[in-house]
Design a protein around this ligand. Structure first.
Ligand code: PMP
Length: 446
């Protein structure tokens, strides 16, 4: 593959954009390819190379790159009326009604411009509503680029995970490992009266893909109720992807107090949202006292794209398609690994998938996990799956970046560039794309 033009563009970018990219994860070594355009489930780079795309914008593109006609028409007619107004428009109400009609725990919703903005606002809301200051977070969970959650270590010794966050801020954040009920109980019994909220992704999507074991979230729900803390589900990735229009909370049957959204709900345009019960969400200004505001919030083009996307999804076989292809991909990769690299693990559910380069205790047996695995302890394959971010980090994470990603890219398969971020199947992917992708996996592992 020729990458001359991407290399030249990267060289120019390095002089004017830090690291040459506008989001850190795009900084692939030795240089990223620059995208010219999308086409269905594919992207074409600046040198004309074509890739089957499983990054899908890191999750927003449930319908792929070529949007169905009604979605394109909604976007174009809204944009041609003028970009935005600073006054409310009907389409914000329409999208809010769609979300509240479909997501079980959400009665009211405030739109913002990114997943980060949604989690920042959700945490401020939880603190304002409860009058408490501490937040319990899951180690290796991700809630965007914000000081309350960019914290690592243990609840007994939290430290900033990046320069730029004062050590003193981290006193208010208590990290606990995912799927560790015992540690959670201990931390909540020590800090209970000070805890405003526990925030978690329902399924970890930024550190491999890690599913909750057994009734983990149900226990979380009960523990939060026991101490009067709010439960926040960060559904920025899982929202309108896992569990269909009801999101992961519908699939898990656990109702959070607050849900954060991003990605799909904006149909590929910048978006975030904070939803929940009316009595909580109404605490945002101007109906309540917890300050929340934004010039671009509820942007008409984003609202139009999000609503048209979700209406198309509601009226077509989108989830059947993406979940079926997701299942084919996971079981196909599992079969390939069973013979060639049985120590690796295929994880994911619905249209999310990832291969984790773990050296698990017991080798993977050929065959299928129950799709939509809940990591039930009675499952014969239970011990193979990562249970926490730490399990994923113990894998051969370098192997992904140095060998696997470049080799797959050279075969025309665009995966997320490191071991941690999830990958996604879209409505535009076809069985032929899945077959080509499995051939590429086979070639690599041979
Ligand atoms: N929460 C989760 C679960 C995410 O995966 C992300 C981003 N991938 C965010 C929050 C932050 O969203 P954004 O990048 O739109 O700010």
């Amino acid at each position: 593959m020729n990458h001359e033009r991407s290399r030249t563009l990267y060289d120019r970018a390095l002089s004017v954009i830090p690291g040459g990219v506008n989001s850190s994860v795009r900084a692939i070594q030795p240089y990223p390819f620059f995208v010219q355009r999308g086409d269905g489930a594919h992207v074409i780079d600046a040198d004309g190379n074509r890739y089957v795309d499983y990054v899908m914008g890191y999750g927003p593109l449930l319908l792929g790159h070529s949007l169905p006609e009604p979605v394109q028409a909604a976007i174009q007619s809204t944009a041609s009326d003028g970009p935005m107004y600073g006054a409310p428009t009907e389409i914000e109400v329409d999208l809010a009604e769609f979300v509240t009609r479909n997501v079980p725990s959400v009665e009211m919703v405030r739109f913002v411009n990114s997943g980060t903005e949604a989690t920042v606002s959700a945490i401020r809301l939880a603190r304002g509503y409860t009058g408490r200051e501490k937040i319990v977070v899951i180690s290796s969970g991700y809630h965007g680029a914000q000081p309350s959650t960019l914290v690592e270590g243990d609840a007994d010794d939290p430290t900033p995970s990046t320069p730029g966050i004062p050590e003193s801020f981290t006193q208010h954040t208590l990290p606990v490992p995912f799927n560790d009920e015992e540690r959670l109980r201990a931390v909540l019994s020590e800090h209970g009266d000070d805890v405003a909220a526990v925030i978690t992704e329902p399924i970890l999507g930024n550190t491999g893909i890690v599913a909750p074991t057994d009734d983990y979230h149900q226990t979380l729900r009960e523990l939060c109720d026991g101490i009067g803390a709010l439960l926040i589900f960060d559904e920025v990735i899982t929202g309108f992807r896992v569990g269909g229009l009801q999101c992961a909370q519908g699939k898990l049957g656990v109702m959070p107090d607050i849900t954060t959204f991003g990605k799909i709900v904006g149909g590929g345009f910048p978006v975030g949202a904070i939803g929940g019960r009316t009595e909580i969400i109404e605490q945002f200004t101007p109906s309540g006292d917890v300050f929340q505001s934004g010039t671009f919030s509820g942007h008409p083009v984003t609202m139009a794209a999000g609503l048209a996307t979700l209406e198309f999804v509601a009226e077509n076989d989108v989830y059947d398609h993406v979940n079926a292809l997701g299942g084919q991909l996971r079981s196909g990769i599992r079969d390939i690994l069973a013979d060639r690299a049985p120590e690796y693990t295929v994880v994911g559910t619905d249209s999310m998938f990832k291969t984790v380069f773990t050296r698990a205790d017991s080798p993977v047996q050929a065959g299928d996990c129950t799709d939509g695995c809940r990591q039930d302890r009675s499952c014969p394959r239970f011990s193979e799956c990562p249970k926490s971010g730490a399990d994923v980090r113990r894998g051969e994470t370098d192997r992904w970046e140095r060998l696997f990603w470049p080799a797959m890219k050279d075969q025309g398969v665009f995966l997320t560039p490191n071991q941690f971020e999830s990958q996604f199947v879209s409505y535009a992917h076809t069985e032929a794309d899945i077959e080509d992708t499995l051939e590429a996996y086979k070639a690599f592992f041979e």
